[in-house]
Design a protein around this ligand. Structure first.
Ligand code: FES
Length: 106
């Protein structure tokens, strides 16, 4: 288990105990994090699991794949730190990861 911090658009933080192996999105759904809809179930086909990765964690989460970048075009208010949380696998390295959930999904 590692900790992941989800900050909502009001600045409130929800810290969850995340399982290593599944994605950030799957851990968000299991912990009922508001604002992560994940309508496609993690197939990189809906952009409703959009989050902003905290700047300090960008190096560890890596860059989006070309397919993810194409899908991000459909997300609301895309920024340089935007990622689809279904494309970030949780690893021990991501203990303490902080992401912000946008005000709304696409
Ligand atoms: Fe649909 Fe991530 S859950 S793109």
């Amino acid at each position: 288990m590692v900790k992941i911090n989800f900050i909502n658009h009001k600045g409130e933080t929800q810290t969850v105990n995340a399982e290593v192996g599944p994605t950030v999105m799957e851990n968000a759904i299991r912990n009922a994090v508001p604002g992560i809809l994940a309508e496609c179930g993690g197939a990189c086909a809906c952009a409703t699991c959009h989050v902003y990765v905290d700047e300090a964690w960008k190096g560890k989460t890596g860059d989006p794949s070309p397919m993810e970048e194409d899908m991000l075009d459909f997300a609301f208010d895309v920024r340089p730190t935007s990622r689809l949380s279904c494309q970030i696998k949780v690893s021990e390295e991501l203990d303490g990861l902080t992401v912000t959930v946008p005000e709304r999904q696409a």
